[in-house]
Design a protein around this ligand. Structure first.
Ligand code: PGA
Length: 255
């Protein structure tokens, strides 16, 4: 379970940077700017290949490492995959699952739920991504969100779900020019919470952080956090730009 008095900012580096030296530099800079954060926890998710070369600090616990994806089997004949046991062995604490860029490559809700359960079995915290491809005016996107949440959490027990974070990432806002507006985020965040309450009860729902991701930048971060009813952010592009990321972290920490 995450401490509820802290905001969480997840850096999703995606397929960047293209060499280990730059990855180490970026991680080091992220650690430096995170040192003085009082109320913000940072999770950096580099490409898995770099996970063993970027180290969290025993003194500075503000930055943790996460994977961007995981496979649901522990070991065996699955060419190209990485298991939660392997992540655990490297002391990785988190893993993103169900990112829309993976879903676009064919990942189903069933795959996502198997990944979530594999992570929980191993003691790694899943950052479960959900999000609609488009927003209609009839509320079909809400049906889709409900479906994604329920299917991805299939088989997850009440005592396990408290280790999950939900990252709401509307697909249309990822890699876009603009993020969602804070009012729509507020409504969607409450909707997500309501679904969790229905299945797991209010006490548990209160323990599950809801993050927002999609075109977060230094200009919109304050509005999204203050008015969007979220506990943190998942940042793509601007986690690679250290000046922008610093601003995002410092602003978040003040709110
Ligand atoms: P973005 O990516 O911040 O570049 O929009 C967010 C994400 O895909 O997690």
């Amino acid at each position: 379970m995450e401490p509820r008095n802290k905001k969480i900012v997840v850096a999703n580096w995606k397929l960047n940077p293209t060499n280990l030296q730059d990855a180490k530099k970026l991680f080091l800079s992220t650690k430096k700017i995170s040192k003085d954060l009082k109320r913000t926890k940072v999770v950096v998710c580099p490409p898995s290949l770099y996970l063993s070369s970027v180290k969290s600090d025993s003194k500075n616990k503000k930055v943790s490492r996460g994977a961007q994806d995981v496979f649901y089997q522990d070991e065996g004949s699955y060419t190209g995959e990485i298991s939660s046991l392997m992540l655990k062995d490297l002391n990785v604490s988190y893993s993103i699952v169900g990112h829309s860029e993976r879903r676009k490559m064919g990942e189903t809700n069933d795959d996502v739920s198997r990944k979530v359960r594999a992570l929980l079995r191993t003691g790694i915290k899943p950052i479960l991504c959900i999000g609609e491809s488009e927003r209609d005016t009839d509320g079909a996107y809400l049906v889709k969100l409900r479906e994604q949440i329920m299917a991805s959490l299939e088989g997850v027990k009440k005592n396990e779900i408290i280790d999950i974070m939900i990252a709401y990432e509307p697909v249309w806002a990822i890699g876009a020019r603009e993020a969602i507006d804070a009012h729509s985020l507020y409504q969607t965040s409450l909707f997500i919470k309501k679904i969790i309450i229905e299945s797991f009860g209010k006490r548990i729902a209160d323990m599950i952080p809801i993050l927002y991701g999609g075109s977060v930048n230094p200009d919109n971060v304050a509005d999204l956090i203050s008015n969007g009813e979220v506990d943190g952010l998942l940042v793509g592009r601007d986690s690679l730009n250290i000046e922008n990321f610093e601003e995002i972290l410092l602003t978040t920490d003040k709110l």
